[in-house]
Design a protein around this ligand. Structure first.
Ligand SMILES: O=P(O)(O)OC[C@H]1O[C@](O)(COP(=O)(O)O)[C@@H](O)[C@@H]1O
Ligand SMILES: [Mg+2]
Ligand SMILES: [Mg+2]
Length: 341
């Protein structure tokens, strides 16, 4: 199959508009970094001990060798792009790159770090914002000019939005080019597949517990149909599956120390995913509020995240709004439900 290349797609979208041309150059630079990173990942342990812990972020998250290598690759690729400010999960503070640049970029250079040495999919997430000054990365997600992620799986894929739909590309390795495989990704409004790390069930609040309990009781519960669980522990892989066939992903806040706002970062994880989902007719909230409306207070701020099929995301919001929106629990599962606090 020979279809449109990413370069052609971006050129067609940008035309002679200067800001769009800058966005196109930047997205291409990120795609090139992803191509190199995919090459490195495909060598696995032959490329070195990539899962080795190198250090820790200030909030205690570990930083692995590949996190650092991916961060350097993205930074190097963006040096020639019109990017004035770059923020990264792997850098405490944003750095200035190109003083004449019109754009600000934030990245999660490697999403799914716990999967590095397991030969499962990992990825790179990015957001592109207008450079409006030193606080450019603290604009709400609704201001994003472009966002997306690269997924390093059996296929090297790119999910991209430029604010006019969500497009999926796959790397045509022999040609070194990303090619369009889906011009208008559509997340079905309804789904019977959910993704959450259930090992945290005892720490969840009532709304999340009720939502998952309703899925678990399946055709014998208030949902009247059976649900299926999927959890890759690489958000990009869960997000790609949801873009392809629907589903819901939840990483809520929970009662563990340091997890009150969940695990995901607003600026370079939740915002790009939310933009992609909305542009594919899906939805993304913090359990209640639209992610893209939240004004970030800091680059590494965490946010509870629920995204995917609109009907399910809205159901979670209804449960969070009021307990009266939750269906009656079946006595079969006891007063406190199947998942006990
Ligand atoms: O290990 P947990 O708590 O299930 O968390 C898994 C989640 O954390 C993440 O790995 C966070 O991203 P990083 O790997 O960039 O830190 C998500 O990709 C994934 O969905
Ligand atoms: Mg991540
Ligand atoms: Mg990361």
């Amino acid at each position: 199959m020979t279809t449109r290349t990413l370069q052609d797609h971006l050129d067609g979208w940008a035309g002679s508009d200067p800001l769009r041309r800058d966005v196109a150059t930047t997205v291409l630079a990120l795609a090139n970094a992803g191509r190199s990173l995919a090459e490195l990942l495909s060598a696995g342990p032959l490329a070195g001990a990539m899962a080795q812990v190198r250090g820790y972020h200030t909030d205690g998250d570990s930083q692995k060798e590949l996190d650092v290598v991916a961060d350097e690759m993205v930074r190097d690729a963006l040096r020639a792009a019109p990017v004035a400010l770059l923020g990264s999960e792997e850098m405490e503070e944003p750095i200035e790159l190109n003083p004449a640049g019109t754009l600000a970029v934030a990245v999660d250079p490697l999403d799914g770090s716990s999967n590095i040495d397991t030969n499962l999919s990992v990825g790179t997430i990015f957001t592109v914002l207008p450079h409006i000054g030193a606080d450019a990365l603290l604009q709400p997600g609704s201001q994003q000019l472009a966002a997306g992620f690269l997924l390093y799986g059996p296929q090297v894929a790119l999910a991209l939005t430029l604010g006019m739909g969500t497009h999926l590309f796959v790397l045509d390795r022999p040609f070194g080019q990303f090619r369009l495989i889906e011009a208008e990704a559509q997340v079905p409004a309804e789904t019977s597949e959910y993704a959450i790390n259930s090992s945290n069930a005892r720490h969840w609040d009532r709304a999340v517990r009720s939502y998952v309990e309703d899925c678990l009781t399946g055709s014998e519960g208030p949902r009247d149909r059976d649900f299926n669980t999927r959890w890759v522990a690489s958000m990009v892989a869960d997000a790609y599956r949801i873009l392809v066939r629907g589903g819901i992903y939840l990483y809520p806040g929970d009662a563990r120390r340091g997890y009150g706002q969940g695990r995901l970062r607003l600026v370079y994880e939740a915002n790009p995913i939310a933009f992609l989902m909305e542009q594919a007719q899906g939805a993304a909230t913090d359990g209640l509020q639209r992610i893209l409306d939240i004004v970030p207070e800091s680059l590494h701020q965490r946010v509870p995240l629920v995204f995917g099929s609109r009907g399910e995301v809205e159901r979670v919001s209804r449960y969070n709004q009021s307990a009266s929106n939750m269906p009656e629990r079946s006595p079969l599962f006891g007063r406190r439900g199947l998942l006990r606090a």
